[in-house]
Design a protein around this ligand. Structure first.
Ligand code: SF4
Length: 452
């Protein structure tokens, strides 16, 4: 499977709780296409983490956007408002954009406190006829980063591995990547390109990466020029990026660079927190880490042109694929270490790679960035992707830059490998109390429960 869609254009605030359910709605539209005229009612049940933090993460709205058959990249604020008005105020669902049926929020969306066995983020969509007979249903799992699997697909967990067996180059983990890089005398970006060429043309891959970068920069510009002063939701957080952008100036203090990196990350993460268009990288909660490091390279170093952008994203997506294949990029499954930690690890390797590091050094940068996110819990206050998420992106970016620099200046042989830290992250996530895995039942979400 190609790794390009580790980066995808979507909507905030959450890839697993907003983008995934939206995509599930799109998939259900495909399933019901031939029976659309018979359908008179749709029922959606949200389970586990999707239910517990679903309102703050806009899961309930996202599944309705998806059931209108709107693709994430075309969903702007106006269209969101239009669909919301129809569904939530006028009780009409424009099913698959083709047929209007009655829709009653209180009855047709069920928030269940049950956790399904296969994954923390489960949801089921059912379609009924005029006599309330069930016509069809599907259970979906939003497994992180906007990736969605049906129950059947998730049960055959080895679908991807099977398809990789038919490839000339399959890269399951960092060990294999390093072996191939040594054998072919190439770096991680070159290896990632070789891998992607099995699925797409070089022209397509490069254009895809440049479009992702273009959107990332637009999101930053939107973040420093927001239409609203406050973020949506009960916290009524004041947006900081606009003011910060005016205040941050070049200074003789060498540490002043940190203010710029924080600005880049906060601006993008605030856009995500507002439910605007962002690039999932590899998740929405962590969507600002990678572009903040790229903006740092573009604005504060020399020679970050199109080739470097493409190499950066190719390296980052390869590292991200190791987390996705061998662990998790879902906060509901393994805590924030799986989101901000993975993004930081991807950015560290990518930065090292474009600055000339060979594969072993870049993998060490990725390892260090994750090692120092191990144990990081997910405790979004009020179920919103705002506190601690926005600032956490800034710290993730700063740690990525530190890790890249540390790896590139180190002379000793690293003790911990990237694969070992990925395994440790996943095990730590599994050992983590469920309160700290995107349920808003523990940590800051619990301490601050009175303010929301
Ligand atoms: S705390 Fe981390 S994992 Fe949880 S919602 Fe925020 S960014 Fe995502």
């Amino acid at each position: 499977m190609s790794n390009l869609n580790i980066f995808k254009i979507g909507v905030g605030p959450s890839s697993s709780h907003t983008l995934g359910p939206l995509i599930a709605g799109n998939l259900f539209c495909k399933q019901i296409d031939s029976i659309l005229q018979k359908i008179e009612r749709i029922e959606i049940t949200l389970y586990g983490s999707l239910s517990l933090t679903g309102k703050g993460h806009l899961t309930d709205k996202a599944v309705i956007w998806g059931l209108n058959n709107v693709e994430p990249r075309f969903l702007d604020a106006n269209l969101q408002m239009e669909i919301n008005k129809k569904a939530f105020d006028k009780n009409i669902l424009n099913l698959c954009g083709k047929r209007e049926i009655p829709f009653y929020y209180q009855k047709d969306i069920i928030f269940s406190d049950i956790f399904l066995d296969l994954h923390e983020n489960g949801m089921c969509i059912k379609a009924f006829d005029a006599n309330n007979n069930k016509l069809t249903s599907q259970t979906y799992y939003s497994i992180g980063g906007g990736f969605v699997k049906t129950e059947e697909e998730l049960k055959q967990d080895d679908v991807e591995i099977d398809s990789n067996n038919t490839l000339i180059i399959s890269i399951e983990n960092a060990t294999k990547a390093l072996y191939l890089c040594d054998e072919k005398q190439i770096n991680l970006a070159q290896l990632s390109l070789m891998y992607e060429l099995q699925f797409h043309t070089e022209e397509y891959i490069k254009a895809y990466c440049l479009e992702i970068w273009q959107v990332m920069q637009e999101v930053y510009q939107n973040g420093i020029n927001p239409a609203q002063e406050y973020l949506p939701g009960k916290l009524q957080l004041h947006r900081r990026a606009k003011g910060l952008h005016k205040r941050v100036k070049a200074t003789t203090d060498p540490m002043g660079i940190i203010d710029f990196i924080s600005l880049y990350a906060i601006a993008i993460a605030e856009e995500n927190g507002s439910g605007a268009r962002v690039v999932t990288a590899p998740t929405n909660g962590a969507c600002a880490v990678i572009p903040a490091v790229m903006l740092y390279l573009k604005n504060h170093t020399i020679g970050f042109g199109d080739d470097e952008v493409i190499n950066f994203l190719l390296t980052a997506m390869l590292i991200g694929s190791f987390y996705k294949k061998n662990a998790s990029i879902s906060g509901a499954e393994a805590g924030c270490q799986a989101e901000i930690g993975s993004a930081s690890s991807m950015a560290a390797a990518a930065m090292a790679s474009v600055l000339g590091a060979e594969a072993r050094v870049a993998c060490n940068a990725a390892e260090m960035a994750m090692e120092h996110h191990l144990g990081l819990t997910c405790d979004p206050v009020g179920g919103l992707v705002q506190i601690p998420c926005i600032e956490r992106n800034a710290f993730g970016a700063i740690k990525a830059i530190s890790a890249a620099r540390m790896a590139m200046t180190r002379k000793s042989i690293p003790v911990v490998s990237l694969d070992e830290v990925i395994k440790t992250m996943y095990q730590t996530g599994k050992d983590m109390n469920a309160k700290y895995r995107e349920t808003s039942l523990g940590g800051l979400a619990k301490t601050l429960s009175s303010v929301c």
